[in-house]
Ligand binder design. Structure first.
Ligand code: HEC
Ligand code: HEC
Ligand code: HEC
Ligand code: HEC
Ligand code: HEC
Ligand code: HEC
Length: 478
């Protein structure tokens, strides 16, 4: 009789152990939305088109309140929109069609790789900023209001924890019943040495320990991978830069040669970002932009110390106090405001607007590392190979005659520059396997006589980069 009861119990105990494992793994794999992750994702993917104050429009509409505007549709619809808005428009979705009619022909970038919880994280951040509940120093009220968002955010995790708790108690209960049964069974079979297992015995049993270890490893692996991904600058990385510099305007519309600004690419390992003095070659004359007026170009002047009111570089700029600097550039912004709006005096609103513009300029041109407004523009580096990799621009651009666009995409169409290539080892190697070395008329290859001869005689149709050592480890690794 004991045996018949014992066996199914034995089985259900294993089953519950298994269910527990599944619960642990889903709990750690299905990350809950996180406002900080949302912030990073927003900055890297959305901020180029959607205003980060969530209230004003930019290239795209203000995102604040978007969740509410989409509330009458299933949640997946908004996720589908972010992953591929054009597909949703083609499918005739009413909200998508409405948006498109309002904003066409501007197409929103598709983000097929964003996961549900990542999209949720973005909107958590969007709503946080929009409602003022997310900020550097939230006050008590903000924290309380944040609880509303928090409810939303905790929803999926809470259920996972509840399910986890239920399963855990069930497992412990069955465990207990089972060890009691084992004990009684042993007694019934005439084993006089049988002893009841203590709590300690149960907690240190193999089953429990391996379960805990498994959980830890899973959790550890997950968070390590997650951190590694958010640390690594990756494909499509397109951070907001301190100045809204557009390659589409400069390299595209105005057809300025890449080498004019990135002169290093031709001649050296590094391609180099141009300094403010290069910008001044043109912006001494173009002092106001058609798009942002004084808001962006003034930043260049503050970096290098150019006084646009009198068209002169400022003496001893590096040692100037902030009051004097503010006076110079506020005058510039105000004068332009007046002439643009054809007014003599500034209204209170206008004054606030100018104040805001100046504050934004100061914020963009200073940072935790750079306390002074004076000095180089702190462009955020986008491409970044690991230190153990050697990459040389001139080898590719000048010797290999590879076009910038092969590796950087159509930069001349990019409003905000983004990393086009994965910069993985496979990416380098594949190209070296497929690309012909430009041998003819290339002084660099004078000494490769045999390849030359073979090519001339037609014994060889091509020499790939792999033939000249492009797959050798030490060529790319220090
Ligand atoms: C290349 C510019 C661009 C980028 C990048 C971009 N969007 Fe958009 N977004 C738009 C435009 C433009 C629209 C208006 C609809 C249209 O033209 O397709 C839009 C509309 C939206 C809407 C609908 C807003 C409403 O009021 O209903 C949401 C939501 C949205 N975007 C979210 C995002 C998110 C999230 C990201 C980042 C992951 C993002 N967008 C990145 C340009 C962009
Ligand atoms: C008027 C000057 C100018 C011209 C012309 C120009 N760039 Fe740039 N480029 C910049 C500046 C400034 C930055 C840094 C800001 C940014 O990332 O947008 C930059 C950044 C870049 C970056 C990213 C650097 C990083 O941080 O990894 C690449 C790649 C690049 N440019 C390629 C090109 C190519 C290709 C062309 C020609 C089609 C070109 N640029 C033309 C000024 C210029
Ligand atoms: C060879 C000339 C040239 C150089 C060099 C140059 N620019 Fe420009 N820039 C232009 C032209 C032309 C425009 C378009 C002006 C317009 O539409 O108002 C422009 C527009 C801009 C704008 C947009 C202004 C607005 O409000 O619309 C910004 C910002 C800008 N440039 C920043 C820079 C920076 C930063 C550098 C240096 C890295 C730089 N430019 C170097 C010619 C140049
Ligand atoms: C064979 C591929 C390839 C070609 C061609 C190429 N680049 Fe790059 N570029 C890269 C890689 C890889 C990096 C990252 C280098 C690093 O992190 O050390 C990079 C980085 C850059 C940077 C950031 C600054 C730096 O030097 O790290 C700029 C700017 C840049 N490239 C501009 C250009 C321009 C302009 C051209 C054309 C004249 C060009 N690149 C051609 C692969 C290429
Ligand atoms: C778009 C194609 C392309 C990509 C992508 C590319 N390369 Fe190259 N690479 C070339 C070509 C073409 C040459 C031959 C240049 C020459 O004639 O010396 C070359 C040559 C080299 C050489 C010199 C090889 C030798 O034996 O002299 C090194 C080192 C190198 N590449 C490193 C890299 C690294 C590192 C990456 C990735 C970060 C990379 N390359 C990505 C096309 C590419
Ligand atoms: C054409 C250039 C190139 C050659 C040749 C090359 N590597 Fe790499 N390797 C790279 C790049 C670029 C990375 C960085 C990839 C990344 O950050 O994802 C890398 C990364 C690595 C890593 C670190 C693991 C990783 O993914 O970051 C190891 C290990 C490595 N390479 C070993 C080798 C060995 C062994 C060889 C010879 C068989 C070799 N490499 C040849 C370009 C090259």
């Amino acid at each position: 009789m004991y045996l018949t009861l014992y066996q199914p119990l034995m089985f259900s105990h294993r089953l519950i152990g298994l269910l527990l494992l599944v619960a642990i793994s889903t709990a750690s794999l299905f990350a809950a939305p996180d406002i900080e992750i949302g912030k990073t994702l927003f900055k890297n993917n959305c901020a180029s088109c959607h205003n980060k104050n969530m209230k004003d429009k930019l290239t795209g509409p203000a995102l604040g309140g978007a969740v509410e505007r989409w509330a009458s549709y299933p949640k997946e619809d908004l996720h589908k929109w972010v992953r591929n808005s054009q597909a949703l428009i083609s499918a005739g979705h009413p909200k998508a069609t409405e948006l498109w009619n309002q904003w066409k022909p501007t197409v929103m970038t598709a983000f097929p790789n964003l996961k549900d919880d990542e999209i949720e994280s973005i909107f958590l951040y969007v709503e946080g900023v929009f409602k003022g509940t997310y900020g550097p120093k939230p006050d008590a009220a903000a924290v309380a209001a944040g609880g509303q968002n928090g409810g939303d955010r905790g929803f999926s995790t809470i259920w996972i924890y509840v399910a986890f708790g239920v399963l855990l108690s069930l497992a412990l209960f069955l465990w207990n019943v089972m060890s009691d049964l084992t004990y009684t069974r042993k007694l019934a079979l005439g084993d006089t040495t049988a002893a009841r297992a203590t709590i300690w015995d149960k907690l240190t049993s193999k089953g429990v320990i391996s379960l805990v270890l498994f959980g830890l490893i899973l959790f550890g692996g997950y968070s390590t991978a997650n951190n590694a991904i958010s640390l690594g600058r990756q494909q499509n990385y397109a951070p907001d830069q301190p100045i809204k510099f557009s390659h589409a305007t400069h390299a595209g519309l105005n057809k300025i040669d890449c080498n004019y600004c990135h002169d290093g690419a031709r001649r050296s390992k590094q391609s180099v970002i141009p300094g403010a003095s290069t910008c001044m070659n043109c912006h001494r004359a173009i002092k106001k932009g058609s798009k942002y007026g004084t808001a962006e170009l003034t930043k260049i002047f503050t970096s290098i110390g150019y006084n646009p009111n009198v068209d002169k570089y400022i003496d001893n700029y590096d040692n100037l106090g902030m009051d004097t600097i503010t006076e110079i550039y506020k005058k510039w912004i105000s004068d332009n405001y007046k002439s643009e709006n054809n007014v003599k005096d500034l209204t209170e609103n206008a004054q606030t607007e100018i104040e805001n513009q100046w504050n934004e300029i100061v914020a963009a041109m200073t940072s935790e590392q750079k306390h002074k407004i004076q000095g180089p523009i702190e462009w955020i580096r986008i491409h970044n190979l690991p230190d153990h990799v050697y990459f040389n621009h001139s080898q590719h651009v000048t010797v290999g005659k590879v076009a910038c666009q092969k590796c950087h995409g159509n930069v001349e169409d990019m409003q905000t520059l983004r990393q086009y290539a994965p910069l993985s080892m496979g990416w380098c190697i594949n190209c070296h396997r497929q690309t012909d070395v430009k041998f003819t008329d290339n002084p660099y290859y004078e000494n490769y006589k045999t390849y030359h001869e073979e090519l001339k005689k037609g014994e060889r149709t091509s020499v790939k980069v792999s033939d000249i050592g492009g797959l050798e480890c030490q060529k790319c690794h220090y």
